[in-house]
Design a protein around this ligand. Structure first.
Ligand code: NI
Length: 173
């Protein structure tokens, strides 16, 4: 079990399109296991590979009540193939923006095709909180952060706050 270092915004790796995974080898399987460990350790519900400095199209999520049971989902090279016309607002957080929460409006449900950890092609229907989570994480793989849904002014304020936050972390090490 390894806890990986989280990449905090602003960072180049969070703003570029992640690379498609061609082969699911042991390195990828180890990365996925470490991503789960890192996500659980930080009390997250989803994590995308660029957030641990790996520019690969991999996301992990678990939207279950973890006190009761786990629901680990791994999506490799995910593609949105259908989205509902109805939108829903939800207050989202992001492990790359500690202590920042913003209301984002997204399609209420969607279908996603992806490759699972065993290399099988799959298609899932997501709704409710899982739909919010999977869309937030798929956004990460194209370099889109949840702050991109805010006004430019608000986004600039957040970036300044995050720059300050990162400076303080570096000082305390
Ligand atoms: Ni995020």
């Amino acid at each position: 079990m390894s806890i990986l270092s989280l990449i905090y915004a602003p960072a180049k790796v969070l703003e570029k399109k992640a690379v498609e995974v061609k082969k699911i080898d042991n390195d990828i399987k180890n990365l996925v296991n470490n991503m789960f460990d890192t996500m659980y350790e930080n009390n997250g519900v989803g994590l995308a590979a660029p957030q641990v400095n790996e520019s690969l199209q991999i996301l992990v999520m678990d939207c279950s009540n973890k006190d009761i049971s786990l629901d680990r989902k791994v999506l490799i090279n995910p593609r949105i193939i259908k989205q509902s016309n109805d939108y829903k607002e939800y207050e989202e957080g992001c492990l790359s923006f500690p202590d920042h929460y913003f209301t984002v409006s997204r399609p209420e449900s969607l279908n996603v095709s992806f490759i699972d950890i065993d290399g099988n092609n799959k298609e899932f229907f997501f709704n409710g909180f899982e739909a919010v989570c999977v869309q937030h994480e798929i956004d990460h793989l194209s370099g889109t952060l949840f702050t991109s849904y805010l006004s430019r002014l608000k986004r600039q304020i957040i970036i300044k706050k995050m720059q300050k936050f990162k400076k303080n972390i570096n000082k305390s090490i």
